[in-house]
Each structure stands twice: as C-alpha cells, then as structure tokens.
Design a protein around this ligand. Sequence first.
Ligand SMILES: NC(=O)c1ccc[n+]([C@@H]2O[C@H](COP(=O)([O-])OP(=O)(O)OC[C@H]3O[C@@H](n4cnc5c(N)ncnc54)[C@H](O)[C@@H]3O)[C@@H](O)[C@H]2O)c1
Ligand SMILES: O=C[C@H](O)CS(=O)(=O)O
Length: 483
Amino acid sequence: MLGLNDDALVRTDAFINGQWQSSDQKFAVTNPANGETLVLVADVGADGAEQAVQAAHQAFRDWAGKPAVERAGLMRKWFELMMQHQDDLGRLLTLEQGKPLAEAKGEIAYGATYMEWFAEEAKRVYGDTIPAPSNDKRILVIKQPVGVVTAVTPWNFPNAMIARKAAAALAAGCTFVVKPAAETPLSALAMAELARRAGIPDGVLNVVTGKDSKSIGKVLTEHELVRKFTFTGSTAVGKQLIAQCAGTVKKVTMELGGNAPFIVFDDADLDAAVKGLMASKFRNAGQTCVCANRIFVQQSVYQAFSDKLSEAVAQLKLGNGLEEGVTIGPLISKSAVDKVRELIDKSVNQGAKVSRGGQASGLGELFFEPTILTDVSNDMPLAREEIFGPVVPLIPFEDEQQALQLANDTDVGLAAYFYARDISRIWRVSEGLEYGMVGINEGGISNPAAPFGGVKQSGYGREGSKYGLDDYLEIKYLCMGGI
Ligand SMILES: NC(=O)c1ccc[n+]([C@@H]2O[C@H](COP(=O)([O-])OP(=O)(O)OC[C@H]3O[C@@H](n4cnc5c(N)ncnc54)[C@H](O)[C@@H]3O)[C@@H](O)[C@H]2O)c1
Ligand SMILES: O=C[C@H](O)CS(=O)(=O)O
C-alpha cells in the first residue's frame, strides 16, 4: 500500500488511548503532485478530541511518575524506530505533502533528532537550593510537568513540527494530544504507530484526525483538563487560538509566520551567499516559515549576485518529489498557487520585473516555476507578505543603516540571514536585527540543539535546545521552616 516496505505504517484511523479509532466520517488525503486520493482517514471530530484529552489526563500521573531515565529509554526507542523506518516515513511524507524524497527523508531525521535530544534532556530537569533569609528556613525549587498538553501543527513539516513538540512534552513528563493538518495526517499517524511499538504507554501520545479544525481546536484550546497549548502555523490563526486559551489561562507556545530578510553586503562571499540563499529559499518549494522572503543586495554587488543566483536557479528541477533528481515539488494547494500568482502580479503592476520563471508550470496545477524578480521594493506585496513559494524578490539597498531599517520593517520576527565578513559589521547587524534567529553566513539554521522561535508577531516560546523543556515545566518553590 502506497509502496512502503512496512504497510502497517500506513494508518487511517485516529490514535486515541493506544487504540486505532475509526469513524463513519472520513476525509481524503491527496497527493499534491497529481491530485490522486491516497487514502481516506477517519474524521473523529470534537468528540474524538474530548476522548483524547480524557485519555491524556488519565495517563498523566503514571507517565509523570516514571523515573526520567525510564521515559528517556522509551523515547530513545521511538527515535531508533523512526530512523529504522526513515525510508518509509520519507516516502509517506512526500506522497502526502509533495516535497522531494531526499528532503522528506531529511525531515524524518530532523524530527527524530528532537526525540534523541529530549530523551537526554529528560534526565537533566534540575532544581535549585537558594540561601534562605533566616537560619530556621530552607528554600528549594523543584520543576514539575505542566500536565496535559495539546497541539495543532501545520502541513509543511508534518513530521518534524510534531516531533519538536511531542519530544519536549513527553521528556518533561507531560502527556500529549495533537491535531495534525488535514492535508498531511499520515506522517503523524505513522509516528504514533512507532511510538506504540516503542512501548510508550496508552494515552501518553494521541493523534486526533479531522477536517473541521475549528471544532477540534476549540476542544484543544478551551478544555479545563488541558494545561498547555502549543501551535505551529500562521500568525492569523495563532491569534485566534491564543484568545481561545485565555479562558482557562493555559501556558501557550506560538510558532507563527515569518518574513525573513536575507541581506547580502558588499563584503560578502557572493558564492557562499548564493549557496545559502538556495538552501534557505527553495527548501520545500519555499514553503517554510524560515525561508528567505526578501533578498536585500547592496547596490555595488547587485548585478554580480543576481547573475550568480540566476545560474543556480536554472539548475533546479521541478517535478514529482518521488522522481530521482527532483529538487522542487508542488505547492500544497490551488489556493497556495493562486496566492503566489497574486503576489507576483500585484508587485509587477507596481514596477517589479520578472527576470526568470514567473509562471505556473505545465507539470500540473500545483507546480510553480522557480522565479526571480528584480526592482522589487519593500512596500510591494511580495515584500509585505510571507510568499510561501519558490519566488525570490531582489531588493537593492545602499548602506548598512538602510539594510537594517528595511529588514526590520515588518510586524513579524522569526528568522533573518546576512552575509558579510567584517566582524564589526557582523556584530552590529546581528544585534540590530529584530528577529528570534539570525543566520550569519549560513542559510540553514534549524537543529535540535538551538532554541527555535520568534519575536513580535512570529510568536513566543522556544522549541529545541535546553530552553525547549522550560515551556513544559512548572517551577515550584518550597519553603521549609521550623529548622
Ligand atoms: N514558526 C514556525 O515554526 C512555523 C513552522 C511551520 C509553519 N509556520 C507557519 O504556518 C503557516 C503555514 O502553515 P498552514 O497553512 O498550515 O497554517 P494554518 O495556520 O492555516 O494551519 C496550521 C494548523 O492550524 C489548523 N487550523 C487552522 N485554523 C484553525 C482554527 N480556527 N482552529 C484550530 N486549528 C486551526 C490547521 O488545520 C493546521 O493544522 C505559515 O504562516 C508558516 O510561516 C510556522
Ligand atoms: O516551516 C517552519 C519550520 O519550523 C522550518 S524548520 O524545519 O524548523 O527549519
């Protein structure tokens, strides 16, 4: 089924309390490369979400009560199973999301390393002793898991965005309920099957599948048994979900939209900058929250950089992600293609020029040619909005001060990148950029050891790194008197 070695990884029921739960209601999962229906998946809706929250609540005390080293061992086993099944998980991901197979396998490894990382972090949840103000007292600080965690995740990284959350939650001793995007539930369900095989107890990890994200999300954000909600997706939806969490004062983590500047200074290594831009911009056909979205090039190197970039873009191969050598897959939906088309048309009407590509491809309705535009300005739609497609808007600038002003002229602040070699400039620009993450002479910045997250309307909280566990822990102060 679907060409996997292990067909049992293709699951079409929700995973609740360690059981596969079907439903009379089902929704289709389609292959964006050709529009074909892959499978029908159970739609368990809000009732399923309620059952999953109850299961997570029932499982919490035992899971939190396990020694950390025991939780770590089960997570390590889950990591090992994900890597053993990397080929199948990658194929499944490409089928439902569209990215090239090599990228999909890379995402599996990326997601699995969050399991590996947090299996270790689970054993390092340290507390404090604090000198007391009087000899008859002792002050201690302990950390405890927040409780039931619910999550909603996007379609663009259907494995890693779940792994990044579930790994930290389970390591902290929390139990977890996730609603994956309806476009890409198969990766989440395969992860659940491997968690089951790893021996993670019933109710600790639950996957709620459904088409009506609003009704499911209402349960996951408003339920009194849920103590934390974590979301990865658009800023617009994130704002709604934050409001829904307010009524029960949940801890909240928000990983939201971006509009990454990519700045090429006149002292940059232009070949390295082109390499870094290709890695950042065209990964997942430009459908990532940390993609370079606005490319600022200092005037004196603008033409040289543009020429080098055009040569590199010409090497990209558009096609079905399962085909050998394909480097750019389809976009996720017709509406995604329409949005990219609209941003280009509006910006051209305001003076931008298409220097390469610019058309939907004849390969199929969801394929869009890698595109470069010149003479773009920071007030054009391509620069004001998150493009989420394989489109490079080139924006010239004169000096460092202008580059920082243009780069920071946005209401989001997730990732930023710049290429320069003068160390004083590197410090000035690194400190001047209003973003949660900055790539310096580097276009690929995501890894489990680093705190991933943004500022302004890109959200709050961090995922990965030693900081990533804090979002799933409560700090408890103990004051021991009468000594
Ligand atoms: N910061 C990050 O780490 C990060 C990572 C990936 C994607 N993103 C952002 O996500 C966006 C693209 O992903 P998308 O199109 O899936 O985003 P989206 O916000 O439309 O959907 C994300 C998830 O939210 C669900 N959802 C939508 N409306 C909902 C509602 N009212 N209640 C409950 N759930 C709801 C969707 O079903 C999906 O599972 C981009 O803006 C991208 O920048 C951010
Ligand atoms: O799209 C957003 C993801 O968080 C990108 S990454 O895989 O973490 O780089």
